[in-house]
Design a protein. Structure first.
Length: 255
């Protein structure tokens, strides 16, 4: 059983941070790093690019869940938060002796596969002549195809994670997270394939905390949606994670 020490969540005041923090604080000792305060969890108010400030915040932590990021098409914003910030988080974690980093990557690392059929039809909600059981799933081993600066920055983060795993022995688990919405349901056609519910997100993160002896790996985070086109066999086999939800229940409810 792994050491169940403190877990630090960067970006804890964001949507995913609130979902994950609310779930984990019942089971783990938590602290956070964000630009905004967080109720119920001690939070360091700091920019994640301030590496020297992060080191004491990470000291004696078992794991860092790195969620803080900027979703933008502007390179200046992307470079500050997602490039320099991610580098600072990994370096600070290494210097502080953190054993594990869970990195919130993104499905946008492989977003341009959605220009190809049958994925294009699925994200547009055109299911004629398609059998969901026969859709080839995109796996973590497929070549990356970022669909913009954000996806590129998340691919960079995965590469940083690989380096810190190989060079320093930190366990790094990268999660290519699907669509997480405040409403916790699909809002457009694409999201019936890509939805990751709050419950499935939280259990995926905790599965990463509990798993042992995984030096580095990449997993898609998506609920078990009928029309999903990302692989979840890999996280099931490695993490023992089995998502419980299917976006189709929302389609039926709104019909």
């Amino acid at each position: 059983m792994p050491f169940t020490g403190r877990v630090v969540i960067t970006g804890i005041a964001g949507l995913i941070g609130r979902v994950v923090g609310g779930f984990l604080r019942k089971r783990w000792e938590l602290s956070g790093v964000d630009l905004r305060p967080t109720p119920d969890v001690p939070t360091l108010l700091a920019d994640i690019t301030y590496q020297e400030v992060l080191i004491p915040a990470f000291h004696e932590a078992y794991a860092v869940i790195h969620l803080a990021a900027c979703f933008s098409t502007r390179w200046d914003e992307i470079v500050h938060s997602n490039i320099m910030g991610t580098k600072a988080v990994f370096e600070a974690a290494q210097r502080a002796g953190v054993r594990k980093i869970i990195f919130a990557s993104s499905n946008h690392v492989a977003g341009l596969y959605e220009r190809d059929e049958p994925y294009r039809s699925i994200v547009e909600g055109r299911y004629e002549n398609l059998n969901p059981a026969q859709i080839a799933k995109i796996t973590h081993t497929a070549p990356i195809r970022p669909n913009g600066p954000y996806g590129i920055s998340k691919a960079f983060g995965e590469a940083v994670g690989r380096y810190y795993s190989d060079a320093f022995g930190i366990e790094v688990l990268c999660l290519r997270i699907g669509t997480v919405k405040q409403q916790n349901r699909p809002l457009v056609a694409r999201q019936y394939a890509t939805l990751l519910t709050h419950r499935d997100l939280a259990t995926l993160i905790e599965a990463c905390l509990w798993v042992e002896d995984v030096p580095f790996d990449i997993f898609y985070g998506v609920s078990d949606n009928t029309w999903r086109f990302w692989d979840i066999d890999h996280p099931r086999e490695v993490l023992g994670w089995i998502p419980q939800d299917n976006a189709e229940v929302f389609r039926a409810a709104s019909a």
